[in-house]
Design a protein around this ligand. Sequence first.
Ligand code: GLP
Length: 243
Amino acid sequence: MIISLCDDPQDVADLAAQRVADLLHDQPRAVLGLPTGRTPILMYDELAERHAAGEIDFSQVQTFNLDEFVGIGLDHEGSYRAYMQRYLFGRVNLPTGQGHVLDGLAADADVECARFEERIAAAGGLDLQILGLGANGHIGFNEPADGLMARTHTVALLDASRHSNAGFFNGDVDQVPTHAMTMGMGTILKARRILLLVTGDEKAATVAAMLRGPITTHLPASFLQLHPEVELICDGAAASQIR
Ligand code: GLP
C-alpha cells in the first residue's frame, strides 16, 4: 500500500481530487466508486470547484456509490442519494442515470443488490474506488463480523456505525436506519485502483492495525492489504500510530 501523508484534511482532499482529475483526463469514460461520510466532503467541494473552473468533465463518467440506508430515498436528507446530490451530482455535469446509488426504497433489497452488481459489470467494472474508513474498521457498511459477504448485500448496522452517522440525522441516533445495503469486500477489491481517505486521530489506531495487523473479518479494512494498487491518503493525525 502506498501511503501519501498530507498536512491536513484540505491537503487530503486536494490530492484525492487531483487523482480523480488525472484519471478523468486520461480516461474520460472512467467508472468511479464513491464514498459518503464526513471525510470526502472536502474532496467533493474541490471536484465541484475544478468542474466550475472547466478543469473536470463528468459527462462520460459513471459512478457507483458504496452503500445506502434501507428504507429512505432522495427525499430524506440523511440518505446517501441525497448526500450525493448535495455534494457532487448537483454541482457537476454528470448526466442523470450515470450516478448509480443503491435504491434504499427498493421493494426487494436482495434483487436491488444483485442488479447493482450487474450494472457495475455492464459498465466494465470500477476503475477507481474511493473509500473512507469507519472508526471501527468498516469499509462501506462491511461491518466487523465473524464472516463477510463478498458481493453487494443487505447488512444490519452496528450501534457504533449508527452513532457515527447520527450527524446526518439531526444528531439523533434513533433516526438512523437499522439496515443498509453495501458493496461487499469482493466488489471493492475487484476495482482496478483504490484510494482510501482517512483524517483525524480517532482513526489512528484503526489505520495502524489495518496496515500491519492480520487480515481479519473483524477489521474489514485489513482486506485492503490484499489489493495490489491501494493508496492511503491521510493526514498526520490519522497516521500518528503507524510505526
Ligand atoms: C459511513 C459510511 C462509510 C464511511 C464511514 C466513515 O458509515 N458507510 O462508507 O467511509 O462511515 O465516515 P466518516 O468519514 O464520517 O468518518
